[in-house]
Ligand binder design. Structure first.
Ligand code: SF4
Length: 203
């Protein structure tokens, strides 16, 4: 439903993401908060100055973790079979790939959306390299935490199902309101409840 409502909205990068993304280029090396802040301002001249404190917190937390430096950053990946394209944030010397997140980590594991991202990138890389990709890292910069997610068959099934739904929405279909969505925190709640399908229609 969120994709349906937001499919025509322009994508904008949040200030927090701008900070985390810029910091990520320095992972595996000494982190200098002042130098990274200068880069953040160069990339986003209008960034809110309060984000400097956020950057310093990220630097402190990331400095306590052992990171592998990247040998490539912002690598475009593509699956022609599935018609998807994406950008891997970091690839390290051991061939592992990483996705940067500006969110905190869960106590254990990875969020569903992150598992889908990893599955999508793995699928693209497999098509590009002809080799099996077992998983990838999700790097939660605000907490200084990196988690390797091993792609499971259920992730691949869910990814293919999601791509099928996205294509049907692009072809004009209206999605069904899911039963277990996190609606309480969603900005589309009112619109969704008035325009979405009611429980009685589903049962
Ligand atoms: S209100 Fe619920 S179902 Fe609708 S878009 Fe938001 S989270 Fe999804």
């Amino acid at each position: 439903m969120r994709y349906y409502f937001e499919r025509d909205e322009p994508r904008t990068e949040s200030d927090r993401y701008a900070v985390c993304k810029q910091l990520s280029y320095h992972l595996g090396r000494q982190l200098d908060a002042a130098a990274i802040w200068e880069e953040v301002q160069a990339v986003h001249p209008a960034i809110d100055p309060v984000q400097q404190a956020f950057l310093e917190t990220c630097v402190t937390r990331c400095s306590a973790t052992g990171w592998k430096p990247a040998i490539q950053t912002d690598v475009q990946v593509v699956s022609e079979k599935q018609g998807i394209v994406g950008m891997v944030d970091r690839i390290t010397l051991d061939g592992a790939f990483s996705v940067i997140r500006a969110a905190g980590a869960m106590p254990f594991g990875t969020y569903v959306a992150d598992r889908l991202r990893i599955a999508g990138y793995a699928l693209c890389l497999e098509e590009m390299t002809g080799e099996v990709v077992t998983g990838g890292n999700v790097e939660y910069i605000p907490d200084g935490v990196t988690r390797f997610h091993t792609v499971q068959p259920r992730d691949r099934r869910q990814l293919l199902s999601t791509l099928h739904t996205v294509r049907s929405i692009r072809d004009g279909a209206v999605p069904h309101h899911p039963l277990n969505a996190p609606c309480n925190r969603c900005r589309h709640k009112e619109r969704c409840e008035s325009g979405g399908h009611r429980l009685s229609e589903l049962l």
